[in-house]
Design a binder for this molecule. Structure first.
Ligand code: MV4
Length: 675
């Protein structure tokens, strides 16, 4: 991009949006300065930026909200622009002004536009003057109870009493009939005064099934203002968007055009610059009403990028550079359909409590032009309590809504996070829900369907246990091969199983409150796969039934054959923690390290072959005293050497085989006297 004034941007944000902004800025040849708090010292946005400056303690108030410190770093790093992202200082008029006063370009709207839209009541007065449609209601200064009662009766019930200073649904009260109005008004005023210090409460017609439809708009410094169509964000939980889409299902071309023009009118009414979003309540009868204007780039902007093929951060930088909008309205069109699902570290089965901890593994779906992940973390990163628990956004595109939704389901099924709980399965349930598929959506969607979407039972099936057992047995063979010259010796075993009387290898898994076990027996690999030296065959006993199980591990996948049925199950192993993933479900299993079957005295006295093979070395004689861990016999099995060691101090009473002998699994090799 030629003659860009902006040559170095400080990104005054963190997480996925900081990474996303850096990606575009670097593509435009602009240097990036990141800021980071204590908790973010090794975060992705720090690593992606050209340089990163420590800003303060982990809490946002000590770091990402410290406007003066941020400006100081902008000057020290010679950044000539600041991108605020969303949240934090992105709608802080004082910060925008401070940037301007310091000759630093604030990549966002002028401070007056931020101020105008920051007050809901002022916004509505401005919109009324601009003939922007508002929900029928009373927003006047006279707040006498008798007048408000009269106005409410005029509007007709149900009405909504909304605390002016409230945001995100706070201080809203629905009144069903006239006799209830005064009580509700009094409690609303009390609440508004205590919460916001402002008890001015407009009264509006209550729309019972509205949708949240918002228009992305852009304005430059040359009088151009366009809209980039709409997004439907109706599916929200406690005013937190869960899934967003573009375009809005069922919106007519006329309504889209009208809504877009209203958004442009609103932008022009306040001298808007840059990217902005005008939110509307869209009623069942096709009418729409101004709700509020957001003077920042929104979390959900990628769905607009996917249907227009544009990069909105690039447009923000271009406009902030004082250049014209790259395209005219008539050059813009909608192509296809896009969804964004917000991946949160939270537990839908525990009232969506935020989850924190280390993401031991994050596996992404196959990325392409149609599947995009904006994430602030990678495997190994931690999610802290200090910031919003959104860890990534999954954005998909396809030619139409049904295809995009199918693609979303597939991508969610391939989105694997181990180490902490996420809402991925809940999102998959939502994307599979019939009402959602029929676009039967409104702002009450999750009130209506939320419970069934959370009702997720990931029972541990024999298939899951077989996969888990196979992973443990195969991981062991990899571990022992890697960890000792002894190859696959069972005595090198670390993952929770050991020899016992007839060489059953017990593996036990804890899943929640339940304990499951797999008895594993080695079997020779005869399948054509045995050139897969890691391909192993076993007989598993699970819940009283026997299964022929074979397979191999490769790149976080268990390639499993169970009684002839072949399947692949993704997995992540972190010490004794094994997580399996299948169809957007996951099973977090704890391999019990005390699952060593307590060998009874008699069993411990013998040492038997863990699998069929050939004796290739005998290291002790009858009468020898041996110590725990001492090598006793070496056998060859499954093309590998296995050294069998003493598991406690004992005296050899008889060595039952010699070099070259063939032994079956379970054959007694050496008998002992208790030392
Ligand atoms: C409304 C409404 C119904 N009728 N106003 C919620 C917070 C703020 N954005 C405005 N909100 C609403 N205002 C009237 N006259 C319903 C809501 C509403 C809502 C709006 C958009 C997205 C999600 C919502 C969830 C609950 C209520």
């Amino acid at each position: 991009m030629a003659n860009l004034k902006i040559n170095k941007i400080l990104i005054a944000n963190r997480g996925e949006i900081a990474c996303r902004i850096i990606r575009t800025a670097k593509r435009m040849g602009i240097e990036c300065v990141a800021i980071y708090s204590d908790a973010d010292s090794s975060a992705q946005h720090v690593q992606l930026a050209d340089e990163a400056w420590h800003i303060g303690n982990s809490a946002a108030k000590d770091s990402y909200l410290k406007a003066d410190k941020i400006l100081q770093i902008a000057k020290s790093s010679h950044a000539n622009a600041v991108h605020p992202g969303y949240g934090f200082l992105s709608e802080n008029a004082d910060f925008a002004e401070a940037c301007a006063l310091n000759n630093i370009i604030f990549i966002g709207p002028p401070k007056d536009a931020i101020l105008a839209m920051g007050s809901k009541s002022e916004a509505k007065i401005i919109m009324t003057k601009a003939n922007v449609p508002l929900v029928q209601g009373y927003h006047g200064e006279d707040q006498s109870k008798s007048l408000l009662q009269t106005e409410a009766d005029k509007i007709g019930y149900p009405v909504l009493i909304k605390a002016t200073a409230g945001g995100g649904g706070k201080g809203m009260r629905v009144v069903e009939n006239s006799s209830d109005f005064l009580d509700s008004l009094n409690s609303c005023k009390r609440e508004a005064l205590s919460s916001f210090g402002d008890d001015k409460v407009p009264v509006e017609k209550y729309l019972t099934k509205p949708r949240h439809v918002e228009i992305q708009m852009f304005a430059d410094n040359h009088g151009n203002a366009i809209h980039l169509f709409e997004r439907d964000c109706s599916v929200q939980r406690r005013h937190q968007k869960v899934i967003e889409e573009a375009p809005a299902p069922g919106l007519s071309v006329e309504t889209r055009e009208q809504m877009g023009q209203v958004a442009i009118t609103a932008a022009k009414a306040i001298g808007y610059r840059g990217a902005g979003t005008v939110e509307f309540l869209y009623d069942e009868d096709g009418s729409f009403y101004f709700m509020e204007m957001n003077t920042r780039l929104q979390v959900e902007h990628p769905v607009t990028e996917m249907i227009t093929g544009l990069d909105l951060v690039e447009w923000q930088i271009i406009v902030a550079n004082g250049m014209q909008l790259p395209l005219k309205q008539q050059e813009l069109s909608i192509n296809g359909h896009a969804f964004e699902a917000r991946i949160y570290a939270e537990d839908p089965n525990n009232n969506f409590l935020p989850a924190t901890g280390r993401v031991s593994y994050m596996g992404l779906p196959q990325l392409s032009d149609n599947v995009r992940v904006d994430s602030g973390i990678i495997s190994g990163d931690s999610v802290s309590i200090y910031y919003d628990p959104m860890i990534a956004k999954l954005i998909v595109w396809d030619k139409d809504r049904a295809s995009a939704l199918a693609r979303l389901r597939g991508a969610l099924a391939d989105f694997h996070v181990a180490g902490l709980t996420t809402n991925i399965e809940f999102l998959h349930q939502l994307a599979s829900n019939d009402a959602f598929n029929d676009a039967d959506i409104d702002t009450h969607f999750l009130d209506k369907h939320g419970e069934e979407l959370c009702d997720i039972s990931t029972s541990v099936t024999p298939e899951i246990l077989a996969a888990a057992g196979l992973e443990v047995m195969l991981e062991q063979s990899v571990e022992s091969t890697e960890s000792s010259a002894d190859q696959f010796s069972p005595w090198n075993e670390k993952s929770g199983w050991r020899l016992n009387e007839d060489n059953h290898h017990l593996i036990e898994f804890q899943h929640g409150d339940n304990l499951f076990s797999v008895m594993a027996h080695f079997r020779e690999s005869h399948s054509r796969d045995d050139q897969h030296s890691k391909h192993k065959t076993f007989l598993f006993e699970i819940d009283g039934k026997e299964y022929q199980v074979s397979g191999y591990l490769k790149a976080n996948k268990i390639h499993l054959n169970i009684d002839g049925h072949q399947l692949t199950i993704s997995c992540s192993r972190d010490g004794s923690k094994l997580v399996l993933f299948k169809n957007a479900s996951n099973w977090a299993l704890e391999i019990k390290d005390n699952s060593l079957a307590e060998l009874d005295q008699e069993e411990q006295a013998n040492l038997t072959a863990p699998m069929p093979g050939t004796i290739i070395d005998v290291l002790v004689n009858a009468g020898d005293n041996v110590e725990a861990g001492q090598a006793l016999i070496v056998m060859e099995a499954m093309k590998m050497e296995h050294t069998i060691k003493a598991h406690k101090n004992m005296q050899v009473s008889e060595v039952l085989y010699a070099v070259g002998d063939l032994v079956d699994e379970g054959a007694e090799l050496i008998s002992f006297e208790e030392e």
